[in-house]
Design a protein around this ligand. Structure first.
Ligand code: MG
Length: 279
């Protein structure tokens, strides 16, 4: 070659060849090793990949205490009147007794159960109740009432969360306070003594139905009794019945009902009732 005849160029050429060889060698060693037809190695995951920014949850201002209604609650009884309630029998004005900021069951003949004017589907409910200190009776005839989580008729049709003095009062366990009547035994007995206020905090998931009325998804309920879990996402088998096996009856939304039980014990009282609908 002509270049070979120029001795001063020979070292440069040699250096160039060495540099080129080194470059090719480095490319083999450090370039990404992808087999033919294989995708390149994906980028390393980042924290941002799993962050969700929308939709932003609505702001709800809590009550002054955890038993006071939060800003988005519907207050069903605040100690003043029964404007939110009617007779479950005929939807006439509710005739239970409001006094001293509380609501006391009327056991007078013909008065009966009361229920909300409004209907609800899925919700969070807070309600407080107090068995009289001088309560008498035993078994189911001692401070019996009930919170029907969905009222499906004037009597005891619906789904009853039992109210009873179960502080020191033996009865069937699926009928004691905190039970889903004759279906769900409470996980523990969380009763306070007669004369003390007690709380129920309830999460109700209504059953759903197909167009032909058959059950699509069952009802579920979670209940905290005086802050203690007694029903944990309990699946109901249907309406709570005094006699017979439970069954479902189609409904969409329903009032909440309080029971005027026919036993002869001293009437109990309720206060501070509020609800938050769950969309
Ligand atoms: Mg009852």
């Amino acid at each position: 070659m002509e270049i070979m005849r120029l001795p001063f160029l020979r070292p440069l050429t040699l250096a160039t060849l060495i540099a080129l060889a080194a470059f090719l060698f480095s490319q083999q060693l450090f370039a990404p090793q992808s087999a033919p037809g294989q995708a390149a190695t994906p980028a390393a995951p980042k924290p941002e990949d799993t962050e969700v920014w929308e939709p932003v949850p609505a702001i709800v201002t809590p009550g002054a205490t955890c038993t006071a209604p939060p800003s988005d609650a519907i207050v069903l009884f605040d100690g003043k009147n029964l404007d939110e309630w009617v007779s479950a029998q005929d939807h006439s004005p509710a005739k239970w007794v409001v006094h001293d900021g509380i609501l006391t069951v009327s056991k007078e003949k013909g008065v009966g159960n009361i229920e909300t004017k409004r209907s609800f589907k899925n919700y969070q409910l807070h309600i407080e109740w107090r068995i009289p200190e001088n309560i008498t009776g035993s078994d189911q005839a001692r401070g019996n009432s009930g919170v029907f989580l969905a009222s499906l008729g004037p009597g005891d049709d619906g789904y009853e969360l039992q109210v009873l003095d179960s502080y020191n009062n033996k009865t069937y366990v699926n009928g004691q306070a905190g039970s889903i009547y004759k279906q769900g035994i409470p996980l523990v007995n969380a009763n306070r003594k007669p004369g003390e206020w007690q709380t129920y905090d309830v999460v109700w998931t209504a059953p759903t139905f197909t167009d032909d009325g058959s059950l699509k998804t069952p009802a579920y309920v979670t209940v905290f009794f005086n802050g203690i879990l007694v029903q944990n996402h309990f699946e109901l088998k249907g309406q709570t019945l005094y006699i017979g096996k439970p069954f479902y009856k189609k409904y969409d939304s329903a009032p909440i009902k309080l029971q005027a039980h026919g036993d002869k014990s001293e009437p109990l009282s309720y206060r501070n009732i509020w609800i938050r609908e769950i969309k």
